[in-house]
Design a protein around this ligand. Structure first.
Ligand code: UCC
Ligand code: FAD
Length: 590
């Protein structure tokens, strides 16, 4: 029993007790594996520079940037469509913090590092993407325009547009500038009302020729994020002799400035989207009515040209998915040392600790998968990719995007629950992490669309990409076989899962309805490949001479304690289509 005086409980009072807030730590120095992973991927001299920059940036995130991100979240953008006198002005109003975060992004080189000619091209992407991974949860979603900016720079670079169009040369310099006064961001306008996945079927924007490569665009773009952008890449159908080509082969790629001399370039911001999350981000519906634009692709090559952009923004997307997981796990870990329940700090309760350990393992897996895609990107850009590595890069890009985008939503939801009721309270900043993560599975291609992209890669490479994948995993399995008992068991689990995947694919290939039969199982294929690749990378990490016991345990748990291969012949059995239909539409009357 405890002695109480009346002053302890009389009169209205809120009580002496307050809940402890979780404390944000430097996201570089507190990350359990980022620094160790980079140390193995980047040569020593470069690594020292990178790690010094990341440590400093981590401090800036804690002391300055995180607060700006919070301010951007609570001051969402607005459009003032008319002035007091009835003039249409479409003035976009964003939080001062949003603008400041864009300036910081330029200063910190969040795009320019990826293109910095003074550093080794093989490693600069690892530096850049690690920085973005740290930045994302604090960035107020400025990482969205940064992703598109990077994608636009890459497209200009890859297609050598700077050599053909002086406008694109200037754009490239500004997109990759470190000077906040000169730096530009880009949009990526693909989605229309008729289709965001099926861009070829849905695009209803027309390009009327002015002269040479100059056109005016007329159409309606249904989702256009970061509409404060300086430029955009978009798709439209050119009208030739009053005719247009339908479908995807009728689309060309266009470059445009959003504003000319401070005035919107022939477009109107119809409204801002009222979104579940990403509320900091101005996403608008745009009416294009005479936008001056330059056709920068060959006629009808719009989709493969903009794919250069997609393959970069998808890497950014994977980074963002894992970054959200890392943020919630990091805060939940800290909170578990502060919050007391039933007389113990939370981490002392084995069940709570196990929940945190499971989340930690998923987060590490996601980070290694995104670093692998970044490593391969750097190798390709450095001109040092083997054929196997080029194939792997093309394959891992959709897999990393879809796998991390799918895994992060339930993981972050679990992370929210680690705070109990506080996890549900807006001004803790926690609910926004969950809201903002749901979109990573949708934009830049939904999980299904990216699973179908994996099949596209199989088809266009005649399954050589699948072989490159199998070879990479086998190389890691052989490393595990030389390890201790735990690593060997981990390697066996990987081998079994890989055999199940390859065996099932082989049998499915013999079916009379191949390749159509693969579609039904596309998600099982891509998620299984994501599980296996993530598990293999944890295993490779654990097989390194400098690995810790924890690394071996994490790899073991990921590969042995869960079913990596969620694929079976049933996945491809087309006779299930009619049964699926009967289940889905039971008692459906509309
Ligand atoms: O959502 C968006 C922006 C959000 C904000 C940015 C956030 C970034 C992360 C932030 C972190 C915080 S922008 C909209 C994104 N939209 C999509 O992702 C579209 C989803 N749909 C698809 O991906 C479809 O698969 C399509 C549109 C690509 C399908 O097009 P087609 O034309 O019907 O498909 P085809 O005929 O198979 O492909 C046409 C050509 C082929 O090349 P050719 O003609 O040479 O045979 C394909 O091999 O395009 C090539 N291709 C690709 N090449 C298609 N996809 C790719 C690819 N990914 N890489 C290389
Ligand atoms: P749909 O294509 O209608 O998809 C509906 C469902 O059908 C999905 O589950 C999908 O997986 C499934 N599906 C579709 N086709 C198939 C198939 N063949 N097989 C199996 N399943 C299929 N777009 C831009 O261009 N620029 C932007 O800046 C931009 N910003 C965005 C910001 C936000 C916040 C959001 C939510 C979206 C944004 N988008 C943007 C649009 C986004 O890229 C699309 O919404 C997305 O690609 C999906 O397209 P859709 O909405 O037309 O869905």
């Amino acid at each position: 029993s405890t002695r109480m005086s009346s002053s302890d409980y009389k009169h209205a009072k809120t009580g002496k007790f307050t809940q402890p807030a979780p404390v944000l730590e430097n996201p570089f120095t507190s990350d359990p594996i980022l620094s160790r992973a980079l140390k193995r991927l980047i040569p020593q001299q470069e690594f020292v520079k990178v790690s010094t920059d990341l440590t400093k940036f981590g401090e800036r995130i804690v002391n300055e940037i995180d607060q700006l991100g919070h301010e951007a979240e609570i001051q969402p953008p607005q459009i003032q469509q008319f002035d007091a006198w009835g003039n249409r002005i479409d003035k976009l109003i964003v939080a001062p913090a949003w603008n400041r975060l864009k300036e910081i992004s330029a200063e910190e080189g969040l795009i320019s590092i990826g293109y910095d000619k003074s550093t080794d091209p093989e490693y600069r992407r690892l530096h850049q993407m690690s920085k973005l991974y740290m930045f994302h949860p604090a960035s107020g979603l400025v990482t969205c325009p940064l992703a598109m900016t990077d994608g636009a720079a890459k497209t200009i670079d890859e297609l050598k547009l700077g050599e053909k169009f002086p406008e694109c040369k200037e754009a490239f310099e500004r997109l990759t500038s470190r000077d906040p006064q000169n730096a530009w961001t880009s949009g990526q306008w693909m989605t229309e009302k008729g289709g965001g996945s099926d861009v070829g079927g849905g695009t209803d924007t027309y390009a009327e020729k002015v002269d040479g490569s100059n056109y005016t665009l007329h159409g309606y773009k249904w989702f256009s994020s970061a509409i404060d952008a300086d430029m955009s890449l978009t798709l439209a159908r050119s009208i030739e002799n009053g005719q247009v080509q339908t479908g995807s082969r009728g689309l060309s790629l266009f470059y445009l400035r959003v504003r000319n001399n401070g005035q919107l370039n022939g477009l109107q911001m119809m409204r801002l989207k009222n979104k579940l999350g990403t509320r900091q981000l101005p996403t608008a519906e745009l009416l294009l009515d005479g936008v001056k634009a330059i056709k920068v692709s060959e006629e009808g090559r719009g989709v493969p040209s903009i794919a250069n952009m997609l393959n970069i923004t998808r890497v950014h997307n994977a980074i963002a998915s894992v970054a959200g997981m890392r943020r919630i796990v990091s805060l939940a870990r800290d909170y578990s040392t502060r919050r007391i329940a039933f007389g113990n700090t939370l981490y002392k309760w084995p069940l709570h600790l196990k929940v945190l350990a499971d989340l930690e393992i998923k987060t590490r897996a996601g980070l290694l998968l995104t670093l692998e895609s970044t490593r391969l990107l750097g190798k390709q850009e450095g001109g040092r990719s083997s054929e196997q590595e080029s194939l792997l890069l093309r394959l891992i890009t959709p897999i990393a995007k879809l796998h991390t985008g799918k895994v992060c939503v339930p993981a972050i939801s679990e992370g929210i629950e680690c705070f109990g009721g506080q996890g549900y309270i807006e001004d803790t900043g926690l609910p926004g992490i969950l809201r903002d993560t749901q979109v990573t599975a949708i934009w830049e291609g939904t999980t299904n669309v990216l699973s179908l992209d994996v099949l596209r890669v199989f088809a266009t490479t005649k399954f050589a990409a699948a072989k490159a994948f199998a070879d990479r995993i086998k190389e890691i399995i052989s490393k595990a076989k030389n390890g201790d008992e735990k690593l060997q068991k981990t390697g066996e689990a990987l081998e079994n899962a890989l055999n199940q995947l390859l065996g099932t694919l082989k049998t499915a290939q013999k079916s009379s309805d191949f390749p159509q039969n693969l579609q039904r199982g596309a998600r099982d294929i891509s998620m299984t490949m994501g599980n296996i690749y993530s598990g293999a990378l944890l295993t490779e990490f654990a097989a390194h001479p400098d690995a810790f016991d924890n690394d071996r345990e994490v790899a073991y748990r990921y590969c042995v304690n869960q079913k990596l291969a969620t694929i079976s012949l049933n996945s491809f059995d087309s006779s299930n289509d009619s049964i699926d239909k009967s289940i889905v539409f039971e008692n459906y009357k509309a």
